[in-house]
Design a protein around this ligand. Sequence first.
Ligand code: V47
Length: 370
Amino acid sequence: MEMVRDKRLIPIVEKVLQGKRLSFEDGLTLFESDDIHTIGYLANLVAERKNGKFAYFNVNVHITPTNVCVGTCKFCAFRKKKGEEGAYELTVEEIISKLREYRKLNPGLTEVHIVGGLHPDWSYQHYIEIVKQVKQAFPEIHVKAYTAEEIKFIAEKGGKSVEETLKELIEAGLGSIPGGGGEIFAEEVRKRICPDKITGEEYLEIHKTAHRLGLKSNATMLFGHIESYADRVDHLIRLREAQDETGGFQTFIPLAFHPKNTEIPGANYTTGFDELKTVAVSRLLLDNFHHVKAYWIMLGEKVAQIALQFGADDIDGTVTEEDITQAAGARAGQFIPKERLIKLIREAGKIPVERDTLYNVIKVYQEVAQ
Ligand code: V47
């Protein structure tokens, strides 16, 4: 315990060593501490208890069918009003031809991640049709599509319940649900950064409904804008409680806020220190999540790599085209070839594992990449 520089962390270290669940106060103490070595060491210990030395990546692409959105989220630099300069909408054929193009860049592609705007004119059937036709054209590719916010929007369009909508999406070929739309659950903050969005409770309910129908999903938290440490801990604990109920979340992804072109007054980029601490504290609080993802698009390649020693066991995928972070001033690129992901993971002292969306192992890269 001499190694623990911040002595307030000692009871937390003891709890983690004994495998005990951390409390709200523990979470706050961790966020308030600058003893990044102790926090990172503990988070890595937990990550290795769960996943050994494995760190995962996948070969995936993102497709964003439209940026036209009736939403009003203040942190979003991507959305456009219908008819506004820069607004676009892809036809289903265009989505499929983009996928064909991107597949050439990504041999062994296993996942397409489809999320986009809440388009005022698109019908319930159109959203279903996107999934159906993509799946028909690429039966071997897992379709991870539509955030909880979109699912609610689509359901309302069709005058259906979330459950009915999800059932139809599954029928059409939906494989799982991404974590977007989590933002920060705390009501006061949520009202200020995304007043018209589903509440935190609704987000959790939609995910739990999906889990009950057999779908897996991911969860996110947007951090580094106007939220407090207490709001972050509250968010993580609400996710932990939902996971206790269903066990359907696969991965937690802390998303680093990007400030450019947003309507968050005075906002700034997150720092490397805060990013690593947030990854690590998430790993420590979310004892019932199997995976924590360091999404390199938002953390940048360098911090994402170091995060693999701070509690993350996944670095996401090859991505190829990403528009949401780009609009808000992303400093990372949009494509990292698989060989580079393998190198990043290996240098971080972990064993690269290529996975599919549901964490089935495709290949373990024990040796130097070919
Ligand atoms: O919900 C929007 C966030 C999310 C900004 O499930 C911003 O595997 C930073 O959820 N700065 C969408 N973030 C992305 C997402 C995601 C990404 C990768 C993998 C998975 C997964 C999920 O992007 C939105 C919002 O929280 N976002 N604007 C911004 N200015």
